[in-house]
Design a binder for this molecule. Structure first.
Ligand code: BES
Ligand code: MN
Ligand code: MN
Length: 455
């Protein structure tokens, strides 16, 4: 039986098994779901075993387990290490979901559920593609799976795990489906991801909350101060004003920028989809460039003072914000965090004290395009989409990609199948049934071409 025949015959089961996985609320950020996260790891392990993987284990870490499994068919063949994550983002605010986040539902050809695209749907494509290759006797490479449960909270335990299991994880390429394509009729492969520097800031004014009439006007209000400090971090051209912030930013060649300009993109659709009248970003760059090759600074959350019902006339003692900076090659996460901290402290007026607490970070990456893995992925997509994929830059971050290079000396190929409009991390996350099956069809082609190109 051919690969496509097998997929066709098992279509309904491939969907219903994914649905079972999506019903498990494996939210790594929320400790009340610790049992669910673990249950999800066990479910992934069971599916790998049933699909035909050997030596399937839950590798215990200081946090959630890493699911490992493998099929070594011939030590002379190349080995593909598949990475993905079974944990998901929180579903809040739940009231904005049209159907509950952990009750997968099909509407308009799309599977709605938290994790449908990021990343359970995309991980499960690999499990089902593996099953398909096993059942049709077409597995052309050795395969190893490493599916973690802490990607959405910074992958803190994955680095040490890789370092301690270099031999076990030895592979010729790391294959990841945790990114997207331009459109369903425009396949693409991300050849770069942004890095991340994430900090939390605290601004303290007076010892306690004060009467805003008795003291207002005479004492620094930490929320007012924090807002003006943050506002000053962009200039009139929407460039970040932190000294040294752009020093290491790698210039992108005119040819590469021209190629980015040729990526199909409809600004009107984009604005309509987001319900905004206009886009906004760094002067001199297009929307695709702003999210692909330029660094950013965004407030992710800001709080302090009185936010209860009605009015309370108070001059707050404290103000807080969570701030993320997306980084591009060759910025370094720790260095950017440091210069942010230094700058934030330097612009604080005397009337307040400030504290900067670094959270997780990650390095930006570029993946090669002149390599065998990239060529194999391009050939595979060309076969299943009928079109050559375009190289693109992903705006998001997968910090472990840089780490894999460091700890395992292995390069990655980012063959994702999501769409920007899939609402990952947002209410009503979804994944096209088209994309799910396109992934299941394309992955075996990758293995075929990767084996052939390595001969
Ligand atoms: N799958 C995403 C990353 C992604 C999405 C890359 C779309 C390219 C395009 C991943 O699960 C994610 O959300 N990463 C986090 C970083 C992490 C340290 C929490 C992110 O980008 O915010
Ligand atoms: Mn992801
Ligand atoms: Mn994510």
């Amino acid at each position: 039986m051919s690969v496509n025949q097998y997929i066709e015959q098992n279509r309904d089961r491939f969907l219903s098994e994914l649905f079972d996985l999506l019903r498990i609320p494996s939210i790594s950020a929320d400790s009340t779901h610790a049992g669910d996260v673990r249950r999800c790891a066990e479910a992934v392990a069971d599916h790998l075993r049933k699909a035909g993987a050997d030596n399937v284990v839950l590798e215990e870490t200081a946090g959630y387990p890493i699911v490992y499994g493998e099929k070594i068919i011939d030590s002379g063949l190349p080995t593909v290490l598949v990475y993905g994550h079974y944990d998901v983002q929180p579903s809040v605010p739940d009231e904005l979901w049209e159907t509950p986040a952990f009750e997968p539902t099909i509407r308009n050809g799309k599977i709605y559920a938290r994790g449908a695209c990021d990343d359970k749907g995309q991980v499960f494509m690999h499990v089902k593609a593996f099953e398909t290759m096993m059942q049709t006797n077409t597995l052309a490479c050795n395969i190893k799976f490493m599916i973690e449960g802490e990607e959405e909270v910074g992958s803190n335990n994955l680095g040490p795990y890789c370092k301690n299991h270099r031999d076990k994880l030895k592979a010729d390429v790391i294959l990841i489906s945790d990114t997207g394509i331009v459109a369903n009729d425009t396949p693409s492969i991300d050849v770069g991801l942004r890095g991340l520097s994430y900090v939390e800031v605290e601004v303290t004014g007076p010892r306690i909350d004060l009467h805003s009439g008795v003291y207002g006007g005479a004492v620094a209000n930490p929320i007012n101060i924090l807002c003006s400090m943050i506002a000053g971090m962009h200039d009139e051209n929407r460039r970040i004003t932190i000294p040294g912030f752009y020093d290491k930013v790698l210039d992108v060649s005119e040819t590469d920028r021209e190629a980015m300009g040729n990526i199909p993109f409809d600004l009107e659709d984009y604005k309509k989809h987001l319900d905004i009248e206009n886009t906004m970003g760094e002067k001199g760059f297009t929307t695709i460039e702003r999210t692909g090759i330029r660094p950013t600074l965004d407030v992710n959350g800001i709080w302090g003072g009185y936010i209860g019902e009605g009015a309370k006339t108070v001059l707050p003692s404290k103000a807080y914000a969570k701030i993320s900076m997306r980084l591009v090659p060759n910025q370094r996460s720790t260095e950017i965090t440091q210069i942010f901290q230094h700058y934030f402290e330097s612009i604080a007026p005397k009337g307040v004290r400030v504290k900067v607490t670094p959270h997780h970070g990650g390095e930006p990456v570029l993946t090669p395009t002149d390599s065998i893995p990239f060529k194999a992925a391009a050939l595979a997509m060309k076969e299943t989409f009928g079109k050559e994929p375009i190289p693109t830059r992903g705006g998001g971050s997968i910090p472990i990609v840089a780490l894999f290079e460091k700890e395992l000396q292995t390069k990655t190929v980012l063959m994702g199948f999501g769409l920007d409009s899939d609402a990952i991390h947002s209410p009503n996350e979804h994944y096209g049934i088209f994309n799910y099956f396109k992934g299941i069809e394309t992955i075996p082609q990758f293995f075929k071409h990767f084996a052939a190109l390595n001969q």
